[in-house]
Structure formats: C-alpha cells, structure tokens
Design a binder for this molecule. Structure first.
Ligand code: ATP
Ligand code: MG
Length: 331
C-alpha cells in the first residue's frame, strides 16, 4: 500500500464545514486504499502566541473530532506531533541544510509575520516550513495532500529531501505534491467570495461543526444570496447560492445538476431550509460521538499514545539513518 500523510492544526475549538468537506472527508476515504498517517501538529500551533490550557483542550477535541468523523485508529495511525520527538530532532538536521535566504522566501511567513507585527514574529514561525518538511520526510509518504497555500512549503520539502539525498546518501522519498483540487471549496456564508475560515473577521458566515445546530441553522437561513430568484450553480454571478448548492450536494451526496432540477420553481428559502436540515442531520450524531470520546479522556489519550508508538516505529527508523549519515554516533 502507498502511504499518505496529512495533518490538521489544533488551533480552534471546532473544525468547520470547510475543513470537513475540503479535507477531512477525504482523509476518511483515503484509509481504504492507503496506509494513512494523520497527525495533529501541536508544535506548529505554538509558533504564534497561544494559551497552553486551550492548546491541550484543542488537541484532544481535534482528536475526538477526527475519530468521530471516521478516522479509524485500527486502520490508520492517528497521533499528536509532540508525542513523536523525531519531528523536532529531524527539524534540526534539516535546518542545517536550509538556506537562510531560501527560508526567507516563504510567503506564509511574510504574511503571518506582518499580521503579528514583525517584532512579535518568532524564529519558530520562521522555521515552521522546516518542521513541516521534517513532518513529511520522516514517514516517506508517496502522497501528501495539501491545500494550495502549502504548495511552496511542499516545494521546500522536496528540495530538502533531494539535497540530503545528494549530499549524503539516498535516504528520503521525494514526496509528490498532491494539491487537493477536486475537493469542495466552501465559502463564507456572509461573504461568499472568501473561503470559509476560522480566522475570518466575523464568525457569522462560519459553520463550526461543534456549534449548537440551531445556531448553525440560523446562520444558514441568514446566508447572503442575490436579488434573482433562480436556483442554479453559477459561482461567478451567484456565489452565495452556488455555495449553498455545493454544501447541500456534498452533505446529501446528490449531484448539483440534480439539485438544480429539484429546485426549479422553488425559492431560496426552500434551499436554505434544506441545507440547514442536512447540516443538522450531519452534526447531531457527530457531536454525540465527539462528546463520547471526550467523556473518556483516559481512553482518548491511550488511542493517541498507541498512534504515537506506531508513528515512532517509522520515524525512529528514518531518524536513525539520518543521524548515521550526517555522522552522529549511534545512541
Ligand atoms: P486559517 O484561516 O488559519 O488558515 P482555515 O480555516 O483555513 O484556517 P486550516 O487549518 O488552514 O483552516 O485548514 C485545514 C484544512 O482544511 C486544509 O486542508 C484546508 O485546505 C482545508 N480548508 C480550510 N478551509 C476550507 C474551505 N473553506 N473549503 C475547503 N477546504 C478548506
Ligand atoms: Mg488555511
């Protein structure tokens, strides 16, 4: 089986519908055909100011959500990054292969450090892409599904892998960028030309999976549409309606063309109420499962510990080769 690796940061109290329909839904299906490794990059989460208590809670709630969505710890390896020390260890070696100028060209650092104020940006935020390269290279995955915003970081990862292989000895698999494009992109309900994001200025257009379903239903009923009446998929001129169609299509597994036919002669109110129903139907059992996992923290922590142990078998093996090849004494 080919190996796939992906991670999602524990930086919010809940995943949102965009995370699910754009990424996590595929994580679940990839388990069938791949040896899948999924991790929660808590070390990345401290590259910006954070609250330790919130981080711990969010790491657990992230794990609970992944399990509730169908990540099966018997078939996949689900782990927390900081519980696998090889990530930090390989980062150091890769840091010593990364050019200062090369790292300086990473656009995400530029964007985020502007947001933080240049003086508040940390060296950790600067070297974040090197940690990400270590995350990936430790496991020698064939496929790394990442969003468009991570393309540059994946390119750096490929360069570092090639550089190490050339300078020392072939050690790393140069991973293929698998830019996820076939997946649904979900837009903000209030501003349907921007993607749904946890960092949006207002959360009026954000559907968090753990929000009270009644609140989410209300947000859907207040979603921005347009002044026409016709329900059809046309993201250019009808971004709001198109977004609702994409959501309904994904949640009910119905092609958009079928939905367009079903809604001829019906109004936006009908569409919104069906989207709201579909969302409530999806999140209600999901939330019950999440509560179940969180109710038994001991068991949740055991699942993560077992995942970390499995991850370490792979990561430890890669790191031992790396250490040997750069000339460190065996431990
Ligand atoms: P941030 O605003 O901090 O970037 P985010 O809400 O975009 O946060 P991420 O943690 O960056 O969430 O994304 C996690 C995963 O969810 C990524 O694979 C990303 O591509 C996907 N994703 C995020 N938002 C959407 C969206 N609106 N539609 C589809 N996929 C999305
Ligand atoms: Mg993002």
């Amino acid at each position: 089986k080919q190996r796939v690796l992906s991670g999602i940061q524990p930086t919010s109290d809940s995943f949102h519908l965009g995370n699910y329909l754009g990424a996590l839904q595929y994580w679940v299906t990839l388990q069938d055909d791949f040896d899948a490794l999924y991790f929660i990059p808590d070390m990345h989460a401290i590259t910006v100011q954070h609250d330790p208590k919130a981080l711990r809670a969010r790491t657990r709630v992230s794990a609970a959500q992944l399990l509730a969505l169908g990540i099966d710890p018997k078939r996949s390896t689900l782990f927390v990054q900081s519980q696998v020390p090889e990530h930090a260890e390989l980062t150091w070696v890769l840091s010593c292969l990364t050019g200062f100028g090369e790292a300086s060209r990473m656009t995400q650092f530029k964007d985020k450090s502007v947001k933080q104020g240049a003086d508040n940006a940390t060296v950790g935020l600067f070297t974040y892409p090197v940690l990400m390269a270590a995350d990936i290279l430790l496991y020698r995955p064939h496929v790394v599904p990442v969003g468009e915003d991570q393309r540059q970081h994946l390119e750096l990862t490929r360069n570092l892998a090639q550089r190490f292989n050339t300078r020392y000895k072939k050690t790393f698999v140069v991973p293929e960028a698998h830019i996820v494009s076939g997946t649904a992109k979900i837009y903000d309900l209030q501003d349907p030309t921007s993607k749904m994001s946890k960092s949006a200025a207002s959360d009026a257009g954000l559907l968090s999976l753990l929000d009270d379903p009644a609140v989410s239903a209300k947000k859907i009923r207040s979603a921005v549409t347009d002044t026409e009446r016709e329900i059809r998929y046309d993201p250019e001129t009808k971004p709001g309606v198109s977004n609702l169609l994409v959501i309904l299509s994904a949640l009910t597994d119905t092609p958009i063309v079928t939905l367009e036919q079903d809604y001829t002669g019906k109004g936006y109110g009908d569409l919104k109420s069906d989207v709201a129903d579909a969302l409530v139907e999806f999140v209600t059992p999901f939330q019950a499962k999440v509560r179940g996992y969180l109710a038994d923290q001991g068991e949740l922590d055991r699942i993560l510990a077992a995942g970390a142990e499995r991850a370490r078998e792979i990561a430890g093996n890669t790191l031992a080769q790396v250490y040997d090849r750069v000339g460190f004494l065996a431990r």
